[in-house]
Design a protein around this ligand. Structure first.
Ligand code: M6R
Length: 608
């Protein structure tokens, strides 16, 4: 996710901001920039790509000053280009803003400002904020920021400077993390303690709707409604390594735990309560075509392919449009049957996977309409698609995909609802799905709280050489994903199967040494799954069941039962995948594997 650091003190701001940005690199970013005030003027340097490029530019430019703000950007609105890199300015270049988060109503505000004569230099949501602050500015920066924030819908962590107020930084938070760090004759603001830790261990956590005005030797914290708040200065005891991973041992574990938030971010601003549907801005370019599509082909690789399989079930179930799911590497070479009425959906976290990109090229030659579902904004797949939906899951650092998967499933569900509501899905059904979808983040939090019990099970089976994963219906793709996670990071051989297929072959493998993870939620195929478990037990297999809370039948049959909250069938993958991610993680930890960088794997597979 994007990173912010701001500094005010006696030292050279540029040096401190640059070293702070380097500390934020681990979060993933595509561009960075620094702005400082000197002689009542703001100077700014930005660069696309690595911070080393920014550093190179800064060597040629002095950028003096003892106050400044800086940002690492992970694109959400607008491609990773220089014009979209933060800090952003108002028209007079007197106010500079660095922002994390998403301004949901930016389009509305942008149009309003445009009518007032404001001209925009970037495609970002953030620039709107710089112009709004400027419109309210009458000499007092915090008053102007407060007034502007009242108009904002969405999330923000911001740091603002104004060359007419060269002795203060104003910062505010809603939904995006922000801390104030208190030094000796100097103050910092940052999205992450990692950026300021080498200067001071004294920090204050800002809460939502709080705003700080920082000077070199003092600070005031109020709510954005101008009420004073008293805050405690805390002393951090963590070291830098622990902080970068948010206190987690590995990025993968951190990302597993981020899922309640990343799923919320994927939904943010995309639900149309009034019409019980979803609003997906990136599809407007082919909204008319969507009405006429006769077939959908989803193409992807690895985990994204598993998300695609869930997408198939969702779209066919909710929107009643036929869907095929193709491995991109096969699709590109097999002369697929496509035409103008086919919608091809390419799913890719990185947006750079060579096979998926080639599949898009193949589909284009056959006149299909291409929709990209990517996490990385401005990536090759997002650029080459006719339209698309971004995940907004934040950067995923661990090679094993976790939070991108659940965000892909979120976006596919929103798409299924959108297509369904354009056709025959009743408002009542869509409404009940959306209502339940909103409970998913808190249900995932409840599952995560139980992780120690998953760890105990993992430790019992970490020395096994083979695993089977079984599921039916919506739980079948999750079984595939659970097996892939285990393979990738623990190097244990694992296979996912539709549970009923077991008797057509895999049953021959079952003996006392074979652990079998069975997803057995209380759904329309529950009784059938019970019979499958009986078949396994008759052959002495060890069953680790994932079942709904209160299910006593499963407890009697299985060797271990992992309980998860109940949800509707269509949303089961969101909940069932969490214990499977954690099982894989804990088994791999016990085996001493390299969790975040498993052998032979790359985060982005840009070769065929
Ligand atoms: O970036 P993409 O989503 O296109 O990547 C596709 C696969 O390479 C990826 O999902 C891979 O299977 C992951 N390592 C799974 O954890």
């Amino acid at each position: 996710m994007c990173g912010i650091i701001g500094y005010i003190g006696k030292r050279n701001a540029k040096e401190i901001l640059l070293s702070g940005l380097k500390r934020l690199e681990y979060r993933g970013y595509d561009s960075s920039g620094i702005a400082t005030i000197n002689d009542n003027h703001i100077s700014c340097t930005k660069s696309v790509g690595n911070i080393s490029k920014l550093e190179k530019k800064l060597k040629k430019k002095s950028l003096p000053g003892h106050i400044g703000i800086a940002h690492t950007r992970w694109a959400t609105h607008g491609a990773p280009l220089l014009k979209n890199t933060h800090p952003h300015f108002d028209q007079s270049r007197e106010i500079a803003v660095a922002h994390n988060g998403i301004i949901e109503n930016y389009d509305y505000l942008r149009k309003k400002l445009f009518k007032k004569g404001v001209r925009f230099l970037s495609d970002t949501d953030t620039e709107v904020l710089a112009h709004l602050i400027s419109q309210y500015y009458k000499g007092n920066l915090s008053d102007a920021v407060r007034s502007a924030l009242k108009l904002i819908e969405g999330t923000y962590g911001i740091a603002v400077i104004c060359c007419k107020n060269p002795n203060e930084i104003v910062a505010a938070k809603k939904g995006s993390p922000l801390i104030v760090a208190v030094g000796k004759n100097e103050m910092f603001v940052a999205s992450d303690i990692a950026a300021t830790l080498r200067h001071t261990k004294k920090i204050i956590h800002l809460e939502n709707d709080e705003m700080v005005v920082m000077r070199r030797n003092s600070f005031d914290i109020k709510t954005i409604h101008n009420k004073s708040v008293t805050k405690k200065i805390e002393e951090v005891s963590w070291n830098i390594d622990m902080i970068e991973k948010g206190g987690f041992e590995h990025f993968m574990l951190k990302e597993i735990h981020e899922q309640p938030e990343s799923i919320t971010n994927s939904m943010r601003g995309r639900i149309d309560e009034k019409h019980s549907t979803s609003k997906l801005g990136g599809l407007l370019v082919f909204e008319d075509k969507l009405k006429d599509i006769e077939k959908i082909v989803i193409t992807a690789c690895g985990t994204s392919w598993h998300a695609g399989l869930i997408g198939e079930y969702m779209i066919e179930d909710i929107a009643r449009i036929p869907v095929e799911v193709e491995y991109a590497s096969e699709f590109r070479y097999r002369n697929p049957i496509l035409n103008k009425q086919t919608l091809v959906i390419a799913i890719s976290q990185s947006g750079e996977t060579a096979d998926t990109l080639a599949a898009i090229h193949e589909a284009k030659t056959k006149n299909a309409t291409i929709m990209g579902i990517c996490n990385a904004v401005g990536s090759s797949i997002s650029r080459e698609s006719h339209g698309g939906i971004y995940l907004h899951a934040g950067p995923e650092i661990g090679v094993a995909s976790t939070k991108a998967f659940t965000s892909q499933v979120t976006v596919l569900l929103l798409l299924a609802l959108h297509l369904g509501r354009m056709r025959n899905t009743s408002k009542k059904r869509a409404k009940s799905i959306l209502k339940e979808l909103k409970t998913i983040p808190s249900k995932i939090k409840a599952i995560l709280k139980e992780e120690n019990s998953f760890k105990k099970i993992a430790n019992l089976y970490s020395n096994k050489n083979n695993f089977l994963y079984l599921g039916r219906g919506y739980n079948f793709p999750t079984a595939l994903e659970g097996a892939l996670k285990l393979k990738e990071i623990s190097y244990i051989h694992a296979e996912g199967y539709p549970a009923a297929e077991m008797k057509h072959g895999p049953i021959a493998l079952i003996d006392k040494d074979m652990p079998i993870v069975v997803i057995a939620t209380s759904d329309n195929v529950y009784d059938k799954i019970l019979s499958n478990i009986e078949e396994i037990k008759a052959r002495n297999g060890k069953v680790i069941a994932v079942a709904n809370k209160g299910d006593k039948k499963i407890k009697k049959l299985a060797d271990h039962t992992i309980y998860i909250p109940k949800t509707i069938d269509v949303l089961n993958p969101f909940l069932t995948v969490i214990p499977l991610q954690l099982l894989a993680y804990f088994i791999a930890v016990k085996r001493g594997c390299n969790i975040d960088q498993p052998r032979n794997l790359a985060k982005s597979v840009t070769v065929e």
